[in-house]
Write a protein that binds this ligand. Structure first.
Ligand code: CU
Length: 564
């Protein structure tokens, strides 16, 4: 029995809790990530309410001191990146689709996979616990820059900061274990006939994200250990008085931090790459170009990190080269986006909910991409660094892959995951409200940035001399309230459809990749006694001479088309 195959578990605990089945582990990551998205979203809501009415209590929280505000922003950023983006885009989608798309029975190391989730679960418990310890949760920002983070006298939170460091370290370990499984499964467990360049794009993107993560995490772990030593053992790695340098931590942090945004972006783009051909009934445009652009993005992501430090006191001679590499990295990403748009060209477009979120992702992400050029140019960055322009930019760059791709992927693979369809009408309401309120929330922040309003300041009214922007603050806060409310139809649809949704066929979207050849939902071990064999590329839609407009990868040669 090959090592990805394991016996069907008996009993509730082995079947649903300590499961080695990639499909169950995918759902565990998904539910945990969705819960943390709610936590992260409510923290953002509290921040917005406080920024709009700094002297008033926030419902459910009471008075918000500047210390509490610092904890709100720290935990919001930390949770959205490490406990929402990572578990949903990698943990859930990577786990669910990779073994099915390569024609395997499970991940290469099922036990390690189970351990990766439970390590992640432990890290989640520790992070949530840090809200309730004496001194409160960490207030040093998700970037945890010293000297604030290295000095108890400055930061306070005597328990919150070390717990934050421990939780993040465990989370990183969990995704290291997950990444090893993703890469090994995608390369070693491909079924007969499935060549590397027959792999669906999402598998390439998940692999690239896992490899980037593997190579970028080391320096951060070293940096965190030195931080903990400075904070608890009195070393001086980041203390100039002791011969150390706080800038060292910034380099170590961003050597991880910037590649991390591609660890999030690439799986998000991968989801879009799977959806566009299905709802355009056309092969993806430039399959190999997208694969090479992904590899180029991965390589370049390691040489741009100091664009976060243009005005940190770093040697100014470094600014121009890092500015150049930063502008360069937008090229392969743009190539991928243009290929996406070219896929739509002359297609027979179907605007089902997955497709709406896919198109919304491209539209909103473009704003994130284009506005990043200002930050990437070291001269222009002097004016916008640490202002709300940066906050607007990175939300426009991160919300599309994290939420628009997430929703696109959820509406798309829900039938395969749960064997039922989500409600299309509610899906459309969810899309249009989310699309509207994302823009109502974040577009006004560019205005605040142009006015010079700094980020991470608890009471913006101290900057009234920059111009009264209270109405802009109110507009942005209305946006966040609308954005949270817009998720209600989704949550109802998501949970209710599990019980009352229309029963799903094996291939409701008439798609060509392998997962749609398995039943909905797939049984333990995914396939019958025989594994599927692959005879063609992943996106053969509207092939000349075919009787129907889709040719599944496992359709034997000579067959003119699958059963309609
Ligand atoms: Cu960056």
């Amino acid at each position: 029995m090959s090592h990805d195959a394991h016996a069907e578990p008996k009993g509730f605990w082995r079947r649903y809790i300590f499961s080695m089945d990639h499909k169950v582990i995918a759902k565990q990551y998904m539910f945990t990530g969705m819960f943390m998205a709610l936590v992260g979203g409510l923290l953002a809501q509290a921040m917005r309410l406080h920024l709009t009415y700094p002297t008033q209590d926030v419902p459910g929280l009471g008075a918000v001191s500047s210390g509490t505000y610092n904890s709100l922003i720290t935990m919001h950023g930390t949770i959205m990146i490490f406990w929402v983006a990572m578990p949903l885009l990698l943990g859930a989608f990577g786990n669910f689709v990779i073994p099915l798309m390569v024609g395997a029975r499970d991940m290469a190391f099922p036990k390690l996979n189970m351990m990766s989730y439970w390590t992640f679960f432990l890290s989640t418990v520790i992070l949530i616990a840090s809200f309730f310890v004496p001194g409160g949760a960490s207030p040093v920002g998700w970037t945890a820059y010293p000297p604030l983070s290295a000095t108890l006298a400055y930061s306070g939170a005597p328990v919150g900061v070390p717990l934050w460091i421990l939780a993040v370290a465990l989370e990183l370990v969990a995704f290291l274990m997950g990444g090893i499984n993703f890469i090994t499964t995608a390369i070693n467990l491909r079924t007969a006939g499935l060549k590397m360049f027959d792999l669906p794009i999402i598998v390439w993107m998940q692999m690239a994200a896992s490899i980037i993560f593997l190579f970028s995490v080391g320096p951060l772990v070293a940096g965190a250990v030195m931080l903990l030593l400075d904070r608890t053992a009195g070393t001086g790695f980041y203390n100039p008085a002791a011969g150390g340098d706080p800038l060292l931590f910034q380099h170590l942090f961003w050597f991880f931090g910037h590649p991390e945004v591609y660890v999030i972006l690439l799986p998000g783009l991968g989801i879009i790459a799977e959806i566009l051909p299905v709802f355009s009934r056309k092969p993806i445009f430039g399959y190999r170009t997208i694969v090479w652009a992904t590899i180029a993005t991965g390589l370049l992501s390691f040489v741009v990190w100091a664009h976060h430090q243009f005005i940190s006191g770093m040697d100014p001679r470094l600014a121009a080269p890092f500015s150049l590499t930063t502008l360069l990295i937008s090229v392969p990403v743009a190539i991928t986006l243009f290929s996406f748009v070219a896929t739509l060209w002359r297609g027979s477009l179907e605007f089902r909910t997955p497709m709406l979120f896919a198109l919304g992702m491209i539209a909103v992400f473009l704003i994130g991409g284009v506005t990043g050029i200002v930050n990437g140019s070291h001269a222009a960055d002097i004016y916008v660094h640490d202002t709300y322009y940066v906050v607007a930019h990175f939300h426009y760059a991160l919300i599309p892959p994290v939420f628009f791709s997430l929703f696109a992927g959820l509406y798309f693979w829900y039938p395969k995951m749960f064997g039922r369809m989500m409600h299309e009408g509610m899906g459309r309401v969810h899309f249009w409200l989310t699309f509207l309120f994302v823009n109502v929330t974040f577009l006004p922040m560019f205005l605040l940035g142009f006015k010079g309003y700094p980020r991470r300041v608890s009471d913006p009214s101290v900057f009234a001399s920059l111009g009264d922007m209270h109405s802009v603050q109110i507009l942005s806060t209305i946006g966040t309230i609308g954005l949270l409310a817009a998720q209600i139809p989704f949550l109802i649809n998501f949970f209710a459809s599990m019980k009352v949704g229309k029963k799903a066929e094996a291939n409701p979207w008439r798609s060509t990749t392998l997962e749609w050849s398995a039943p909905s939902p797939p049984p333990h071990g995914n396939w019958g006694p025989l594994l599927p064999a692959v005879y063609r590329g992943p996106y053969e839609y509207s092939a000349p001479g075919a009787t129907v407009d889709w040719l599944p990868q496992d359709l034997a040669p000579g067959a003119t088309g699958p059963k309609a």
